[in-house]
Design a protein around this ligand. Structure first.
Ligand code: ZN
Length: 379
């Protein structure tokens, strides 16, 4: 990317915090006005930013506001999860312009998934021909080896999905666009902390409870790095060393109680009946004692895990998301109750729970697009 380094930094600053006046920018960057003007020039010349009205002020001339250009360009964000693929077209202001979602089942081959993503990107480029498409960002079930673009196989994937090749190469060859890839939970947190309600907080967790439990943390504006960028650290936190057997081979992990997998397996074990999660939740919500007690216990255990996170990391903002939270307010409320009970009298400064986050089920795809754009600027 041909922009000077300082112009790129100003662009990201305006993208995340705009509209801003030059005075705002001088306050944050401590640049001189002449320097600021010099590095803003390529951004206005190449239509990365636009003037968007003026900021009031009774004294002196009103100063014009600078904002990211929401019209000229687009970025693609893709979320590949265990149950579905979500493809978004976004402006550089992270407005969702278009979308396509399709389910992933045990019968879907990984080649078919990637081909459908590529075809959709090509279709989107034709449909929105007035915009320049810059990049594709992909959020995957982590952890990801970002050097090879492959998933490290620490968690179960849908049947037929091994992704034992570099997805970036395949999509780049088909679409001509640069492609970046990262673990989904971290990307969701990136989107929420840059553009969501969480942006005003400094110690943030994004916890998704679905087929597996995925988590990611941001402490003092930096992502908390886990070994191999694992997003299952909360999932395999031990809450009962002689408890249920977990998929990782140990006993009593949070995931052995609180994931959809664990819940549905436990229900089958108790009743002999195999259910999908929506039916399971319907039963719990209508008061079926077995389903209800399993859901309740799952929420209690997840709450204990989160309370341990709150104590250790001093979290002040916790986003809970994923299918279980999205489809069960009961589950969400019980997780919160359990966490609150556990941290009573702990030395916390207080914390906030957020159901689903600002972007809800689009968090990962928005974060992927944002990460894709940052990677594009670094090239
Ligand atoms: Zn485990």
């Amino acid at each position: 990317m041909g922009l000077p380094e300082l112009s790129k930094n100003l662009l990201l600053l305006i993208q995340r915090n705009g509209p801003l006046t030059k005075n705002d920018l001088i306050e944050v960057t401590a640049l001189k006005l002449t320097t600021l003007n010099r590095f803003l020039k390529p951004l206005t010349d190449e239509h990365w930013i636009v003037r968007s009205g003026t900021a009031g002020g009774n004294v002196g001339r009103p100063s014009s506001l600078l904002e990211i250009n929401r019209d000229a360009r687009a970025v693609i964000g893709v979320d590949i999860s265990r149950t579905s693929v979500n493809i978004l077209v976004l402006s550089l202001g992270m407005d969702i312009i278009d979308r396509h979602t399709f389910p992933v089942t045990a019968e879907t081959s990984q080649e078919a998934v990637i081909e459908r993503i590529c075809q959709k990107i090509i279709d989107f480029e034709k449909k929105h021909a007035g915009r320049t498409f810059l990049t594709v960002g992909i959020g995957m079930i982590g952890p990801i080896d970002t050097k090879t673009g492959q998933i490290l196989h620490l968690e179960p994937l849908p049947v037929g999905m091994t992704f034992d090749f570099d997805i970036r190469d395949v999509i780049h060859t088909r679409t001509g666009l640069p492609v970046s890839i990262e673990s989904g939970a971290g990307l969701a947190l990136l989107a929420e902390s840059a553009f969501g309600e969480a942006r005003n907080y400094t110690r943030i967790a994004y916890i998704s409870s679905g087929i597996g439990i995925r988590s990611s943390y941001r402490i003092d504006d930096q992502p908390l790095k886990t070994p191999h960028a694992r997003e299952d650290t909360l999932a395999h936190m031990t809450v009962d060393s002689s408890g249920f057997l977990c998929t990782c081979g140990r006993r009593g992990c949070v995931e052995a109680y609180s994931s959809l997998h664990a819940l549905l397996d436990a229900y089958t074990e108790k009743t002999g009946e195999t259910l999908d999660y929506r039916t399971f939740l319907e039963r719990a919500h209508s008061g079926n004692p077995i389903a209800l007690s399993l859901l309740d216990h799952a929420a209690e255990i997840l709450g204990i895990g989160i309370a341990n996170n709150i104590r250790t990391l001093g979290l002040d903002y916790i986003i809970l998301s994923g299918p279980l939270v999205e489809h069960s307010t009961l589950f969400y409320n019980r997780v919160m109750e359990s966490a609150l009970t556990q941290v009573q009298n702990a030395f916390t400064e207080g914390f906030i729970f957020d159901k689903g986050g600002t972007f809800a089920h689009n968090s990962i795809a928005v974060g992927a697009a944002l990460y894709g754009f940052e990677s594009y600027l670094e090239r």
